[in-house]
Design a protein around this ligand. Structure first.
Ligand SMILES: [Zn+2]
Length: 407
């Protein structure tokens, strides 16, 4: 199959955000018939989706054939959890901390923090303030650390540097407008881990609520080549101290030289989103803010407006499908939820005005940027080629070692 040609700019999709069905999306052939999976709610707005003879999509099939085999059973999870806690405590003996957690104030990372306290671990908690925090997120973070007695470091990104990076991304017209915020978050987190000599990074990612995320709806936020390339083309001031993880650090230094490990303990226990929310509200005075990643005002606008309106990508379809596959939601309830507007109209106007003002744009200038033709990441410098080389090198080394050892 030849790779698609994305060299011509395509018009913004301008999809409806009022709950009317979104059936058209960026980088999907115009003559493709609209189709929804018969098991989940993923559809042909995912450019790479395919269906079997029963109308079941590749995401559902991947869940059955790959994710289920990687997801520990309750019994295996219990053993893995016990081992993880013992290892962390042992490795952390004599040190100030045995692990690090990046806390956004959202459900997954907050619940992770609560469990870590129950397990008797001593984390350093890092929060990265990229300027978009909702007041509720800040309250949640402070409340969690105070109640659980955790040390909290808040890393504040220089706003002028963040603004320039975010504007550069907007001018790039790419789908992954959450990359500056996400990249800065992980770069700062790993930086603190290295400085404090912490090897274990506790992460709230989980199969139960995030088993589906179409590759074509975004792009790797950790690609520093893309981040720097976009900034040097569209930025207007030096990048300054904006936290960046370069390729070598991400793929060689952190995992192999410093032997840092990212642990995802929510996969070791039964994790139900609704139960987690209730527990957090009851035990920590935590408050819900209404949607996945809505703890950041930018993320809310990006996920509930920019991405669906400009590209036709409604991430609710992936989140709801993950919950369906885990048995946490009925397909019919998910379809009903998708008929709800993506945004409350007044809140959208408020957020749009707030974000435009913060970016020092008029609302009309901001809307003009949003309506520019869309682009694909492959049109910009990126680390995909380097990644293929390094994966090939690792595979070859592994093969050589197993040949030498006769395994
Ligand atoms: Zn499906």
């Amino acid at each position: 199959m030849s790779s698609p040609d994305y060299s011509d700019p395509a018009e913004a999709v301008c999809a409806p955000t009022d709950g009317s069905p979104i059936t058209r999306a960026a980088f999907v052939p115009i003559d493709r018939n609209y189709q929804v999976c018969t098991r989940c709610v993923m559809d042909t707005t995912d450019p790479e989706i395919d269906f079997d003879e029963h109308g079941v999509c590749n995401h559902c099939r991947h869940f059955d054939s790959v994710i289920k085999s990687q997801w520990p059973t309750l019994e295996q999870g219990g053993l893995l959890l016990t081992n993880m806690i013992e290892t962390l405590k042992l490795q952390g003996t004599g040190k100030s901390y045995d692990c690090i957690i990046g806390l956004s104030g959202g459900v997954d990372s907050s619940y992770c923090a609560l469990k870590v306290a129950e397990w008797g671990l001593r984390p350093l908690v890092v929060h990265v303030d990229a300027g978009w925090n909702s007041e509720l997120a800040v309250m949640n973070i402070e409340q969690i650390c105070k109640r659980l007695g955790f040390d909290l470091v808040t890393h504040v990104i220089d706003w002028e540097e963040m603004r320039d990076m975010q504007l550069a991304f907007l001018r790039s017209n790419l789908a992954n407008q959450d990359a500056p915020q996400d990249h800065a978050f992980f770069a700062a987190l790993y930086g603190y881990a290295e400085k404090a000599g912490i090897k274990y990074v506790i992460n709230g990612s989980n199969f139960a609520t995030e088993s589906i995320l179409p590759r074509a709806w975004g792009y790797d936020a950790m690609d520093a080549t893309l981040l720097k390339g976009i900034h040097s083309r569209f930025g207007t001031r030096p990048r300054g101290k904006f936290p960046v993880i370069n390729f070598f650090d991400l793929y060689v230094k952190y995992p192999h030289l410093l032997k840092m490990e990212v642990l995802k303990p929510l996969n070791f226990l039964p994790y139900r989103k609704q139960d987690a929310i209730e527990t957090l509200e009851r035990d920590l005075g935590w408050r819900y803010y209404g949607g996945k990643h809505f703890e950041s005002r930018w993320s809310r606008f990006f996920q509930a407006y920019y991405l669906p309106y400009k590209f036709g990508y409604d991430k609710r379809k992936a989140h709801l499908s993950s919950l369906i596959l885990d048995g946490q939601m009925d397909r019919s309830d998910a379809l009903d939820a998708l008929n709800q507007p993506l945004y409350d109209e007044r809140l959208l106007l408020e957020d749009k005005t707030f974000i435009a003002k913060k970016l020092k744009l008029s609302v009309a200038e901001f809307e003009d940027l949003i309506n520019q033709p869309i682009r694909h990441y492959s049109e910009y410098p990126n680390h995909q080629k380097k990644l293929r080389v390094i994966r090939y090198v690792y595979r070859t080394i592994r093969k050589m070692i197993s040949t030498i050892l006769g395994r």
